[in-house]
Design a protein around this ligand. Structure first.
Ligand SMILES: [Zn+2]
Length: 252
């Protein structure tokens, strides 16, 4: 976690601007004590002091912290934005970044395989219920450049949620839209004898259930190229998208 409560004055502070002599610091979620981790290499952050029994911030990776901090810094700089906070406390959750412009409320959740598909769906629903538009933002990975990519179930779901696109964070305010195209598999022809007759099978292409071929589209700006969209419910045999409020690229 990048923020904690400074016990002396109950103010939420950022690790980057805190020093060890201001301790103790408390976890904003469980109010257990946290330790300021400020070294030369890693992004300054807080971690629970053991023993603890709270999931908040646990397992958070360096790349996740980097994304959070960079996006937050850039969003705050924008004149469009009237309010912006890191790890903002809402009744329903604590989005990585929360901001407002033109009276529109937006939550950005950076997804680093830390949430299951059920949790993502559940939170998307809760944000809808609170009138907040959400953007789930996984991090760009080099595997997406391959012709054969195996998306996780939550990636397939987010792709459907965003009308056939998924946005991956690259740097600062730049996100890369990726479209998953069907991946064709060739089923080899085979033949065998059954009851004295020759049978054959295969020899055709079929669409893979597991693999997709990603199309990487040019990078876009998280503020200028996005808008708040009310999405209708949509369901197919294997995907259910509830009525939702999403923060979506304008040209989608
Ligand atoms: Zn905690």
């Amino acid at each position: 976690m990048l923020t904690s409560i400074r016990q002396s004055d109950s103010i939420k502070v950022r690790a980057r601007f805190s020093s060890k002599n201001e301790k103790p610091f408390l976890c904003p979620e469980c109010f257990g004590e946290t330790i300021l981790k400020k070294g030369r290499i890693k992004i300054p952050h807080f971690a629970h002091k053991p023993p603890f029994d709270c999931k908040y911030g646990v397992g958070e990776k360096e790349i996740h912290r980097k994304a959070k901090e960079e996006i937050y810094e850039e969003i705050c700089k924008s004149k469009m934005v009237s309010f912006c906070e890191l790890e903002y406390e809402l009744k329903i959750s604590r989005p990585d970044i929360y901001f407002e412009f033109d009276n529109i409320k937006i939550a950005i959740e950076i997804q680093v395989s830390n949430f299951t598909l059920d949790e993502i769906m559940n939170r998307t629903w809760k944000y809808y219920d609170q009138g907040i538009y959400v953007l789930w933002l996984p991090l760009f990975n080099e595997k997406l450049r391959k012709n054969k990519y195996s998306p996780k179930s939550w990636e397939k779901w987010l792709h459907a949620l965003n009308y056939g696109k998924i946005f991956y964070w690259k740097e600062k305010l730049t996100v890369v839209p990726v479209k998953f195209n069907p991946f064709k598999l060739y089923v080899e022809e085979s033949s065998w004898y059954e009851d004295g007759e020759e049978r054959t099978a295969g020899g055709y292409h079929r669409f893979s259930k597991r693999y997709r071929t990603p199309s990487i589209l040019p990078g876009i700006d998280l503020l200028k190229d996005f808008q708040a969209v009310n999405r209708e419910q949509w369901d197919t045999d294997n995907i259910l998208i509830p009525k939702s409020k999403i923060y979506l690229a304008k040209n989608t």
